[in-house]
Design a protein around this ligand. Sequence first.
Ligand code: NI
Length: 159
Amino acid sequence: MATRNIVKRGEDVLAKKCRDVTNFDDRLWTLLDDMYETMKAANGVGLAGPQVGILRRVVVIDVGDENGKIELINPVVTMMKGKQHELEGCLSVPGLWGYVERPAKVRVKAQNRYGKEFEIEGEELLAIALCHEIDHLNGILFVDKADQLLTQEQLEERK
Ligand code: NI
């Protein structure tokens, strides 16, 4: 495993729509392992393909709950319920946070690293992470949706 460079806002790759993964091979597994290591090293809770420069529908998430590491290949949201409005950040947008409206609960259908289909449901932070990371696969950043953006300084002033 190795950490990869995290692409920052302003680079084209973050604004593009990703293609489906079709090969569930060692190349994919290495990518997933590297993405997880990269996310952990940066203290993140989610990372999507474009954030390491790969325009494929691949996501890793770990919000520190009982699900542990979640790997999502070709994820699709199949159910959304309720609303929440919470502060979000992104490893590709360092130093900026924003309030984004998200569903309170989501269900996502995806494939695992071997191509097997599964479903996962999330609420609270996991629902946010699922939506935020799937947005990345469609070239959307949280700053595109946030109704209020805050710098580190502004965030600290609020505490
Ligand atoms: Ni992000």
